[in-house]
Design a protein around this ligand. Structure first.
Ligand SMILES: C[S@@+](CC[C@H](N)C(=O)[O-])C[C@H]1O[C@@H](n2cnc3c(N)ncnc32)[C@H](O)[C@@H]1O
Length: 255
């Protein structure tokens, strides 16, 4: 048998694959089966703030909260990537658990690129996005024959230059879904009016969708800015379908 190559002995082991998993919008059982299996096998889980505790509760893994909350920016994007790389290089099975779907307004793709640049393999597992799940959980269809045949999802979080992201012009059969809009509701409501959305456009605000404290608030575009801001996290639905909705026990609050 030939002696081992010294270069092979000194070479650090290849990093494990980091799994970037979408946790879904709230209730722990809205994670995918694939995501759940990977969570069961994980040594370490680095998770966001909007991840239901029950999803982490029975895991045999170290759970690290990297979440951003109001007034607290969490551990920062660079530090999260450094942590994922360090743990993957040490041979641990690493899960990065993000709220909703990792690629919907969640900086998931930035994390994939950063891991790839660092030479750490990564696989992404889709999640149920709050963009579609919150309206459903609030009893509101995003499309409905004869009323709405398209929907658009936008962020109302100001860009780095302070401006709002682009908002679409009104179309009678378009449903608009606004994420990250609880704090900036008066600003984006005014901008939508400038873009031709009628003041009497129906608005439904689904707060904490899928969580025990879920509430659905109903208003109009003109009235929404004067009302108290619904508790974040919140998804706003605008358009004809927002006036529909199944009566649900959680749809108990009306503006
Ligand atoms: C940074 S974005 C991440 C979205 C996430 N990737 C997704 O697919 O749901 C966070 C925003 O998602 C929305 N959101 C997430 N979970 C929610 C929930 N359970 N109920 C209502 N809105 C939610 C809110 O608009 C919140 O400000």
């Amino acid at each position: 048998m030939s002696p081992p190559d010294p270069a092979e002995i000194d070479r650090p082991p290849a990093p494990t694959t980091v799994h970037l998993i979408g946790a879904g919008p709230g209730a722990a059982d809205l994670v995918t089966v694939r995501g759940w299996r990977l969570l069961q096998q994980a040594d370490v889980v680095v998770h966001d703030a909007l991840v239901e505790g029950a999803l982490l509760a029975g895991l045999d893994a170290e759970c690290i909260d990297a979440g951003k909350r109001a007034g607290n920016h969490g551990i920062g994007q660079d530090a999260i990537c450094a942590l994922l790389c360090e743990r993957a290089r040490s041979g641990q099975r690493v899960v990065r658990l993000k709220g909703g779907d990792p690629f919907v307004l969640g900086r998931g793709f930035e994390e994939v690129l950063a891991l790839r640049a660092a030479g750490v393999p990564c696989e992404v597992v889709p999640g149920v996005s709050s963009a579609t799940a919150a309206p459903l959980l609030g009893g509101i269809p995003l499309t409905y024959r004869g009323l709405a045949d398209a929907f658009a999802v936008v962020s109302a979080h100001p860009r780095d230059d302070g401006d709002l992201p682009a908002l679409p012009a009104w179309h009678p059969r378009l449903t608009l879904i606004v994420l990250m809009g609880a704090a900036t509701l008066p600003v984006w409501a005014a901008e939508l009016c400038r873009r031709g959305w009628p003041p009497d456009t129906a608005v439904a605000l689904i707060s904490w969708a899928g969580w025990p404290q879920q509430r659905v608030y109903r208003t109009t575009l003109a009235a929404a800015p004067a009302a108290d801001a619904p508790p974040a996290p919140c998804v706003a639905v605008l358009g004809e379908v927002a006036a529909l909705g199944l009566p649900s026990p959680s749809a108990s609050a009306f503006l």
